[in-house]
Structure formats: C-alpha cells, structure tokens
Design a protein around this ligand. Structure first.
Ligand SMILES: [Zn+2]
Length: 374
C-alpha cells in the first residue's frame, strides 16, 4: 500500500482525476521539480456520499494498492502519463481533504506554489508587455482548432504576436487533438494563460520551444505537473515566467486590455481575461476572450463586441450569468472544442442563450477547424 497526495485536476461530479505524488518523491525532488514523475489516479464512479467533499483545484490524501481491503476499496485507474491509453487497475481509499491550516497542508501548498519559482510583480509584466507589444498592431484574431482545449492568437500579417492560452485536447479527449499540429512561434509571441487548467497550457509541455517565450500566468493553486512545467519555463535561459497575482488594475496594451479576475475558489473564475482590439482598414474591432470565466466576473460594462470566443468551450451555462452583447451589425462567436468530447460540450441550453443574445451563427472548431474571429 502506498500513501499518496493527489491534486484534483478535473472533477465533473462523478469522475475525478488526481495528479499524484508521494511524500518521498516530494522530499527527494527538493528544488528539482523536473524529477517529479507523472502519475494520475482516476476514479470513474465515486460513491455518491463522497462527492460533496471533492473540489477541483484542491489537495487530497489517499492510499493506493494492487489489492483491496475494507479501507482501500474504491476501484481506480493509475496512469504514468497523461495521454497513456494503458492504465493499471488499482484500489484506493477514500480521498481525504488536506487541511491547509495544518503543518502538512502548509508544507504541501508551499512545495507547489508558483511563488517558489518567482515573486509576482506587476511592473515586470508591464515592462515585458511594453517590450513585446509596443510597436505591434493585431490585424486578425484566430481561434485555432486544438480539439478539446483552448488556443487563440492575435496575429499581425498572419503571424501570432500574442497567444491567449496554449492548450489542447488530452486524456480522454486526446483523440480530438489534430495530428501534425505545430504552434507558430516565429515572431516570439507573448503567451498569456487565462488559467491553469490543463486544456489551456498543455501545448507548452508538448512543444519545448514555447518555453523560450515570455509566459504571463495567473497566480493560482497548481498541481505537480503544472508546477514542473512552470519550473521549466522559469529555468529556460530565454524564457520568462511572469506571475500575475490578485489585481483589478487593467493592463492596457496596443492589442487590447488584460484583466486579472479577483480570487475565487474555482480556477476558471480567478484567471486572466482579454478584451482584444483588432485593426483593419482604419477601423478597430473589439473581441472578448474570457478563458473559462463567467461573463459577469468580467468588467466589460455593457460593451458591445464584434467577436467573442465562448467561455468554457460552450459548456453548461453558469447560473445567473449574462452573455455580452454583439455589435448592432452582428458578431462572430467561436467555440473551441473537440468532436464528441467527454464533457458533452457544447451544451444545448448554452447555444440557446447565445442565440437569444443575438449571437446567431456560432462556429465550432470541430466543424470549422481554425476560425478567423476578426
Ligand atoms: Zn477549458
């Protein structure tokens, strides 16, 4: 029997995926995140009674074993890589929440904190953005097809100058990720992460060249694999990891305004969002890139948009959320998702909400491929 710590990366109400590490592994990788192994424990059908104790983005502790006994009696699967089709059938005990007020909780949080790598510094972000975007104008906004994930770019003459999210389909949705995909990095684009869900950053791990870019990331709780990735960017001699902590001050740039949403216990709601400006023929169009956040978390003050990349891949509508309004001549709505994805996106009632708000013909990346939003 092995005791493990598990960071709950994904939870949809019945199926839970933990990124796990052992205590010895954490101790032996002191300041060397690269030595962390990738281990994933997946519970497919959690007993109803335990479901309310699970929160995505939190640490838990449980035992795993090849044999069951009366404590270790939940069926689970163990994988040694995120996309591995092969998995080992194992037994696990009920995941117990780690209390962050205890020594153990504090130890765990401090081990995997982004602030171990670099101190959040807003001025550094302003400086990097100024250096990278000072003389840039974006003339198109593309929502690329990466399967069930997010990856959009503001381009100048066809080349990305800024990526907003750098993710792809993975795990059960790995089949939605297009083969022969390659990110375009010719102009050393800035990469901004909306939030730390894996479908928003995993291309960074797949294409090490991207780790030579400047990454602006929100300060959020992250698991071992994300921490390992952030460490790689931070250690890269050309790359830079810049951490944006809680702030309501917008970051204005020639290609749009970024906002870091205030803290929230769900990572979708505490990330970075972008209101992008696209220039063509002496005309400026505006688009909203919300990441996976609810629209009412975003300070868009009733603005109208020419383009919108749907929040949360067109998934279930956030209760009481209100969609933004398209320009009076209409607007382009893009939805980034993979065909037959495991989450059932897009949700029927979500498409209906957009329809009601006059976003008339949504384009999904599974049907349209790369979508030119503006
Ligand atoms: Zn997502």
């Amino acid at each position: 029997m092995t005791a493990v710590y598990g960071f709950l990366e994904e939870y949809d109400g019945s199926r839970a995926i933990f990124n796990t590490v052992t205590q010895t592994e954490i101790q032996s990788t002191e300041n060397a995140a690269s030595a962390l192994e990738d281990s994933w424990v997946e519970f497919s059908e959690l007993p109803l009674l335990w479901r309310p104790y699970l929160d995505e983005g939190r640490w838990y502790r449980f035992d795993i074993s090849n044999d069951s006994d009366h404590e270790v009696n939940l069926q689970a699967n163990l994988r040694h890589s995120l996309d591995a089709e092969q998995s080992e059938s194992i037994w696990a005990s009920h995941p117990e929440r780690i209390d962050y007020r205890t020594t153990e909780g504090k130890w765990l949080i401090s081990k995997f904190s982004l602030t171990n790598l670099r101190t959040p510094n807003f001025y550094e972000i302003e400086e990097a953005v100024d250096e990278s975007l000072r003389s840039k104008v974006a003339d198109s906004l593309i929502c690329y097809n990466v399967g069930q994930g997010s990856y959009a770019a503001l381009c100048s003459k066809g080349e990305p100058v800024l990526y907003f999210d750098f993710g792809r389909g993975f795990g059960r949705n790995a089949k939605t990720y297009p083969t022969n995909f390659k990110p375009r990095l010719k102009n050393n684009p800035l990469i901004v992460l909306s939030h730390w869900h894996m479908d928003h950053w995993l291309l960074g791990d797949k294409f090490p060249q991207s780790q030579e870019m400047v990454w602006i990331v929100p300060l959020q709780k992250i698991g071992p694999m994300a921490f390992k990735f952030a460490s790689k960017v931070n250690a890269n001699k050309n790359g830079k990891l810049l951490i944006w902590s809680k702030s309501l001050a917008p970051l204005g740039t020639p290609i749009g305004d970024f906002y870091k949403l205030p803290s929230h216990n769900h990572r979708n709601q505490s990330g970075i969002v972008l209101i992008a400006k696209i220039h063509h023929h002496n005309h400026t169009s505006v688009a909203l890139l919300p990441g996976d956040a609810a629209y009412n978390r975003i300070p868009h003050q009733g603005r109208r948009f020419d383009g919108l990349i749907a929040t949360h891949h067109g998934g279930k509508w956030y209760p009481k959320d209100i969609p933004p309004t398209p320009n009076k001549h209409g607007g382009v709505l893009a939805i980034s998702l993979g065909k037959n994805n495991s989450h059932g996106h897009p949700a029927h009632n979500t498409l209906h909400k957009y329809q009601q708000s006059k976003w008339t013909s949504p384009k999904t990346t599974d049907c349209f491929g790369d979508i030119r939003v503006l």
